[in-house]
Design a protein around this ligand. Structure first.
Ligand code: GLY
Length: 403
């Protein structure tokens, strides 16, 4: 749906022309999707009320979240997606049993950052979308209010990170004025809130954030900075840098993935052609830097002396974003091109990283790279698992998600 604003700032929607070309690997992906659904179902009693955080090194088992974790909603999101396909009420009940966790997040403003998007789209928005639960709607709108309130003049974006003592003085000082690429996914919560309430300010803030991102996080060759620092007093742009990539001028593959998915998604909400074009050119960059097996390494600019860790999560997020992007063209050569690239990346994951047939594995994908600079590579990652499920669903034609 394309979002329109009239001169009185009222929001309305017009249908966009959307079309999802068929995948060339339908049977393979349907089979992997069935395996993923079985795996999610089998993990419900095992995880109980715990939310997976990151794989325990050297195993295919998870360590679990403490209260303030940006990854806490990805297991919930998997259960809601699985519920949307199977109708199994165990999945719905288990996802709902996490309400107190997310309620506590809302009650702690100190924990609020751009990750409110991940946390509430995949929990409260998901519940409301699938079941019409009004208290979940209210929770999601409250989260959207908190997120929108992170826009502080003169910075032309929603404040992403909070300065913390544990960051050390240099990074702490930098964080206030930093726009990061991980925040691309959070804009969907604002667009959703605009649609629910008719309140145009949510859209204006999301569009400002996306425009600033297009201008500063995306480079001329359509690679991306992980982060861009602005002067918090004047709002003047300063320079791009990395936190989780190889170096300041390299292209962190998961960052590129967040942006492709985020801009494609933003096109679906707004019909803004610039968003679709940016996602498409960033996808072309991926295509030119992707290993032949279709699974991205953790940074697209690794030199020969770096350890070539894969990042299966970057592959899953990018594949889900590419299927979304393909849909945005309403058919034609571009739709076919981005479907073929999505297929290549998803097939790479199915063939090299899929754990759904490993009965002891507690996740769907191996070989995620959480933060190579801190020695966190070769992990199970709950966001890798979530986006793998989303990509498998998109590959076989599903189009209803929580973004
Ligand atoms: N913090 C977001 C990421 O690691 O991708």
């Amino acid at each position: 749906m394309e979002l329109k604003q009239d001169s009185d700032n009222n929001v309305s929607y017009e249908a966009l022309e959307l079309f999802q070309p068929a995948t060339a690997h339908k049977a393979t992906f349907q089979n992997a999707l069935d395996g993923a659904l079985d795996k999610v179902s089998s993990l419900v009693p095992k995880f109980g009320l715990r939310n997976p955080r990151m794989g325990i090194p050297g195993t295919h088992r998870y360590a679990f979240c403490i209260p303030d974790e940006w990854v806490a909603s990805f297991w919930c999101g998997q259960m809601w997606l699985a519920y949307s396909l199977t109708g199994d009420s165990r999945l719905k009940n288990s996802a709902r049993m996490r309400r107190d966790y997310f309620k506590t997040v809302l009650e702690h403003p100190r924990w609020h950052d751009h990750d409110l998007g991940f946390l509430f789209s995949l929990s409260a928005v998901a519940d409301y979308t699938l079941t019409g639960n009004e208290s979940s709607r209210a929770m999601a709108l409250r989260a959207a209010d908190f997120l929108a309130a992170r826009w502080r003049q003169p910075l032309p974006f929603v404040m992403c990170w909070n300065p913390m003592l544990r960051d050390g003085p240099e990074f702490m000082a930098r964080k206030t004025g930093t726009l990061n690429i991980d925040s691309m996914q959070a804009m969907a919560l604002l667009f959703w809130a605009a649609r629910e309430t008719g309140q145009a300010s949510f859209i204006e803030i999301a569009n400002m954030h996306l425009e600033t991102s297009r201008q500063y996080l995306v480079r001329d060759d359509y690679s991306s900075y992980h982060a861009y620092e602005f002067d918090p007093r004047s709002g003047e742009p300063m320079s791009g840098y990395t936190h989780q990539g190889l170096h300041d001028e390299s292209c962190w593959s998961r960052g590129q993935a967040w942006a492709i998915h985020g801009f494609a998604q933003a096109y679906l909400y707004t019909g803004n052609i610039d968003y679709r074009k940016t996602a498409a050119k960033m996808a072309n960059y991926v295509s030119e830097h992707l290993p032949n097996d279709g699974v991205p390494l953790w940074d697209y600019n690794l030199s020969a002396d770096e350890t070539p860790y894969r990042d299966s999560s970057a592959g899953a997020i990018t594949a889900a974003g590419l299927y979304t992007l393909a849909r945005c063209y309403g058919g034609g050569a571009e739709a076919e091109r981005y479907t073929a690239l999505a297929d290549k990346m998803l097939l790479g994951l199915v063939e090299h990283c899929d754990l759904t047939q490993d009965k002891d594995a507690e996740g769907l994908l191996k070989e995620g790279a959480a933060f190579v600079g801190l020695g966190r590579a070769n992990n199970l990652l709950p966001y890798g698992d979530y986006y793998y499920l989303e990509a498998l669903m998109r590959s076989v034609g599903h189009s209803e998600f929580f973004w």
